[in-house]
Design a protein around this ligand. Structure first.
Ligand SMILES: [Zn+2]
Length: 154
C-alpha cells in the first residue's frame, strides 16, 4: 500500500464518520445512538492507526531513498577502487597501485576512507612519497636506488 491509497482510505473513513454524525443528529431512536457512537469510536481508532501507518510509510520511503543513494555512491567507489590493487613497493611501503596508466600509487589510509590520493615523490626525503590528502610519507623506492653517498655515509 502506498501513501496515495492510504490517504484514500483515510478520506473514506472520514466520510463514514461524517455520515454517522449526520445520522446521529437526525431523529434516530435512543437505542441506535450508543451504537452510532461506538461505530464512530471504532472508525476514529482506525483513522489513528492509518495516520501512524502513513507516518511510518513516509519514514520507510525516506530510508529507502537514502539507501539507494548510498548504494550508488558505493558502486561508484567500487568501480574506482577496482582499478587499484594493494602492493608492496621496493621500499617496503604497502600502498595501492594503479592497474592502468600512468603508473602511480595511492595512499592506503585515504583509500580506506574511500578517497584516492596519488602519492607524490617527496623530493625533500629521498625515496619517500607523500600523500597529498593526509600528508603521510611512504618509503616507496628501494634504498639501493637512492644516492649511494646518502645511504653509505657511515
Ligand atoms: Zn593519505
Amino acid at each position: 500500500m502506498d501513501a496515495i491509497s492510504l490517504a484514500g482510505a483515510y478520506q473514506g473513513l472520514k466520510a463514514a464518520k461524517d455520515i454517522l454524525t449526520t445520522l446521529f443528529d437526525t431523529k434516530v431512536d435512543a437505542e441506535a445512538k450508543p451504537k452510532i457512537l461506538e461505530a464512530q469510536g471504532k472508525l476514529g481508532e482506525v483513522q489513528d492507526a492509518l495516520f501512524v501507518l502513513r507516518e511510518r510509510l513516509s519514514e520507510l520511503q525516506q530510508e529507502r531513498d537514502d539507501l539507494k543513494a548510498n548504494l550508488v555512491t558505493a558502486e561508484v567507489w567500487q568501480t574506482q577502487a577496482d582499478q587499484y590493487e594493494l602492493t608492496t613497493t621496493p621500499g617496503t611501503a604497502v600502498v595501492y597501485k594503479y592497474k592502468g596508466q600512468p603508473d602511480h600509487f595511492a595512499c592506503p589510509s585515504c583509500f580506506n576512507k574511500r578517497e584516492v590520493h596519488i602519492l607524490q615523490d617527496n623530493k625533500m626525503t629521498a625515496g619517500t612519497y607523500r600523500c597529498t590528502g593526509c600528508g603521510a610519507n611512504y618509503p616507496v623506492k628501494s634504498p639501493t636506488h637512492l644516492n649511494p653517498v646518502a645511504v653509505h655515509w657511515g
